[in-house]
Design a binder for this molecule. Structure first.
Ligand code: PMV
Length: 325
């Protein structure tokens, strides 16, 4: 095996339509964003795999024993899953360093982006270049550590990027846009736990499967409509679909008063539509705005204490960096 330093990236994502329903086998539309995670894996002198900035130490490839995980038990478990995904016979002490530009617990897929970046860098370090599909598949085990019953949408988007339709068990389908679409992302400042929100929906599902399936079918119809409108770049009706999706997410009880307030403010300031993105319970809302109202909508949301950034939805494939030295 080649022993060298290597880098890889994982993207964050926004879910445009279909969160939660996607866990139950329905389709969703998502887009990779420029913010993400960059990881570097390089040979290390000690017989450990150390992961910074967390100072987590786990058994290196080729070694059996897991080190004391300390306060980052879930990260240590996820890193152990990353190591287990390396080809048999791979061994060597390694230092992994990750730069995380995404806020955690914000619905932007930070944990999957970290998984994809770390797994990509670890494989490159040992001379293995993974396809985006293989990378995404390997990152699913990582995601399970943090999110339990994850649909797989986050790791797919972290590995592939672009705008895509995702459905469990089907290949990711890129959505071709006629023109780039700008989207405002506003972080509420509340932390949302994906695991808790997915569990909350699961409880409701167990109590009233028929009702939840109706809600999910409604969301799936928005996904189908949304895909056509995205392809055409028809933003006003897309915004209306976002409103409808937000109402259905509220019905699933994954929205919060703060997220509802931010969506209302975006609309009042002229947005075509706004909704929470990701699991909810906190985290971010996304807003689609007429070009002339962009500043007004952004100012309305920052005025309420949200942290904002713009992302551009466009058709692109993930670029992998191979910095083998
Ligand atoms: O909150 P995030 O960024 O992890 O997104 C979760 C999306 C869900 O549909 C709620 C869960 C999933 O695994 O698809």
């Amino acid at each position: 095996m080649v022993a060298s330093a290597a880098m890889a990236t994982g993207r964050g994502k926004v879910i445009l339509f279909g969160e939660h329903a996607v866990v139950y086998g329905h389709p969703a539309l998502a887009a990779g964003i420029a913010l993400g995670v960059e990881a570097e894996a390089s040979p290390a002198p000690e017989n450990l795999l150390t992961v910074d900035p967390w100072g987590v130490q786990v058994a290196p490839p080729g070694d059996g024993a897991l080190q004391e995980p300390g306060e980052h038990a879930d990260l240590a478990e996820a890193f152990a899953a990353a190591i287990a995904s390396l080809p048999e016979g791979t061994d060597g002490a390694t230092a992994v360093r990750a730069e995380v530009a995404l806020p955690a617990a914000a619905g932007l897929g930070a944990s999957a982006a970290l998984g994809v970046a770390v797994i990509g860098a670890l494989h490159e370090r040992f001379g293995v270049t993974l396809s985006a599909e293989a990378l995404s598949h390997k990152a699913q085990a990582w995601e399970r550590v943090f999110h339990g019953n994850a649909s797989g949408i986050d790791n797919h988007m972290a590995a592939h990027g672009g705008v895509a339709r995702f459905q469990k068990g089907k290949p990711l389908t890129p959505v071709a846009l006629t023109a780039p679409i700008r989207l405002l992302v506003a972080h509420s400042g509340e932390a949302g736990s994906t695991k808790e929100m997915v569990a909350r929906v699961a409880e409701q599902y167990a109590r009233n499967q028929g009702k939840l399936e109706k809600v999910f079918s409604g969301i799936a119809a928005l996904v189908d409509q949304g895909e056509l409108l995205l392809q055409r770049g028809d933003c006003e009706p897309l915004g209306e679909l976002m409103q409808l999706n937000q109402a259905l997410l509220s019905a699933l009880m994954v929205s919060t008063a703060r997220l509802e307030g931010l969506c209302k403010s975006a609309l009042a300031a002229g947005a075509f539509g706004a909704k929470l993105t990701g699991a909810g319970g906190g985290g971010c809302v996304i807003a689609l705005c007429p070009a002339k109202q962009e500043d007004r909508v952004e100012n309305a949301l920052t005025g309420e204490g949200a942290t904002t950034f713009w992302t551009t939805l466009e058709h692109h494939r993930r670029e992998r960096t191979n910095a083998s030295a």
